[in-house]
Design a protein around this ligand. Sequence first.
Ligand code: SF4
Ligand code: SF4
Length: 95
Amino acid sequence: MSQDKPVRQAKGTVFVRPEVCKGCAYCIEFCPTECLGFSEEFNAKGYHYPVLKHPEECTGCGLCGLYCPDFAIFGIRLKDIPQAASEPPVPPKAG
Ligand code: SF4
Ligand code: SF4
């Protein structure tokens, strides 16, 4: 009999704008499922930016985007992404 663990299915994802990230790590620290981590790469300003290290753990709760002071990350539930969309949703503007 198989003892395989059930595979967790992602419920959400994030869109990141690396060029405006300042590497403060708020999004990583406040993610409730700890699915974010820093990129290996640097952006043009010399900062690491967040990437989904454990995409299967993302719920799309959007907290990362709420905590980001620079609107550089945006979390969304997969079921809220239009099937026909070829572009990622536009994150809310500052102000
Ligand atoms: S949407 Fe929620 S679960 Fe996904 S990375 Fe952002 S804070 Fe974490
Ligand atoms: S995406 Fe936002 S909260 Fe996350 S490290 Fe970059 S500036 Fe900070």
